[in-house]
Design a binder for this molecule. Structure first.
Ligand SMILES: NC(=O)c1ccc[n+]([C@@H]2O[C@H](COP(=O)([O-])OP(=O)(O)OC[C@H]3O[C@@H](n4cnc5c(N)ncnc54)[C@H](OP(=O)(O)O)[C@@H]3O)[C@@H](O)[C@H]2O)c1
Length: 258
């Protein structure tokens, strides 16, 4: 294809049209992740998703736009353990060759197991494992693939639950989400000069599929489009994009980052 405009020339020079980019979507089979995966594919990216559950990957395949399916690679694996992440990485590189971008939306949609005195250490373990350990372990495995290249990005999707008790019985959600927020903060401060564009999208409201929407929630398709645009532009780093309501998708994610 002939490219003549200055911006497309530089994109071509960098060898990085969307179709040349491979995005690893960690948690890509989930509510948040599936919206991001669909939007990235619709923008022409190649996308790889790792999930522990092959039936969730099948559902994801059926969910994305049919004409983009060939650009979706799915791998069964567990990025929450060091051995699992290493195995998944080898399978991933074998299948797609390289990774240029990572979007991490690991965790769970909701937790309301009860107030702390009714909970066990095992409950807390599970929460921290799902929200923090998987985020850390996968970052450690996959960040080296993108770290030293300014054309690459790593984006964390986190929840605002870390800053307050959302409602009675959600305490461990607060604890787990807070640990992820702190981890993202630590990465920004420990790696101030890293070449890769390191960003965080912090969501202070619910995210749902169109069938499960509630007032004030973000539709996962709209959120996905916003996140895909952030990845596509890759013009900020060490930024936190805080979304409090659907209108923020446009003002915060799309305009602020122009
Ligand atoms: N949903 C919301 O209302 C909401 C609101 C604000 C922020 N968020 C943020 O978005 C994140 C994801 O939420 P969600 O609603 O998309 O949750 P979800 O539907 O449960 O999806 C989470 C994904 O994380 C993956 N995961 C967790 N542990 C893993 C592990 N050890 N190995 C591999 N994959 C693992 C799950 O993979 P498997 O496919 O293997 O199960 C799943 O696909 C939350 O943690 C939070 O930070 C969500």
């Amino acid at each position: 294809m002939l490219r003549t405009s200055p911006s497309s020339v530089s994109a071509a020079a960098a060898g990085m049209a969307n179709s040349d980019r491979v995005v690893l979507a960690l948690g890509g089979a989930g509510t948040v992740g599936s919206g991001v995966v669909k939007a990235l594919l619709d923008k022409g990216f190649k996308v790889a998703v790792i999930s522990r559950d092959s039936s969730r990957l099948e559902k994801l395949r059926a969910f994305v736009s049919p004409n983009t399916k060939d650009n979706l690679t799915t791998i069964v694996g567990n990025v929450g353990s060091e051995e699992g992440a290493e195995q998944a990485k080898q399978a991933l590189l074998k299948a797609v060759g390289k990774v240029t971008d990572v979007v991490s939306s690991l965790g769970f949609s909701w937790w309301q197991g009860g107030p702390p005195h009714t909970q066990t250490l095992k409950d807390l373990h599970w929460v921290i494992e799902t929200l923090l350990f998987s985020t850390f372990v996968s970052w450690k495995a996959f960040f080296p693939l993108v770290r030293d290249d300014s054309n690459c990005t790593y984006t964390f999707i986190t929840g605002g639950a870390g800053e307050k008790l959302l409602m009675p019985g959600t305490g461990f959600l607060t604890v787990g989400a807070a640990s992820t927020l702190a981890f993202c903060q630590v990465l920004r401060d420990e790696y101030p000069e890293v070449a890769c564009k390191l960003n965080q999208v912090k969501i202070n409201t619910g995210v749902a599929t169109p069938e499960r929407m509630a007032p004030g929630y973000l539709n996962h398709l709209d959120l996905g489009e916003g996140v895909a645009t952030l990845v596509e532009r890759r013009n900020t780093s060490h930024s936190v994009f805080t979304l409090n309501c659907p209108a923020d998708l446009k003002t915060i994610l799309l305009e602020r980052n122009l």
